[in-house]
Write a protein that binds this ligand. Structure first.
Ligand SMILES: [Zn+2]
Length: 74
């Protein structure tokens, strides 16, 4: 079996805060960054950042869908 890649088609991740947004978004609604990547892996849905230790570890302060890992662009 090939390695699992869970990437949503049509979505991209903010390079600064890892928020997953639609591909046609021009600005991150979370941090205001305009720097996105289509190469991201895994996702975490944060509903209540204050109750999620994962969110705290990833420095997430707002609810939303976040990429777990961003791939480095070469
Ligand atoms: Zn962002």
């Amino acid at each position: 079996m090939s390695s699992r890649r869970r990437t949503l088609v049509g979505y991209k991740a903010c390079k600064r805060c890892k928020l997953v947004v639609r591909e046609d978004a021009t600005q991150c609604p979370n941090c205001g960054s305009e720097d996105f990547t289509l190469k991201w892996r895994g996702m975490i849905v944060v509903i209540d950042p204050n109750k999620s230790c994962i969110a705290k570890r990833m420095d997430i302060s707002k609810p939303g869908i976040y990429a777990v890992e961003l791939e480095r662009e070469e």
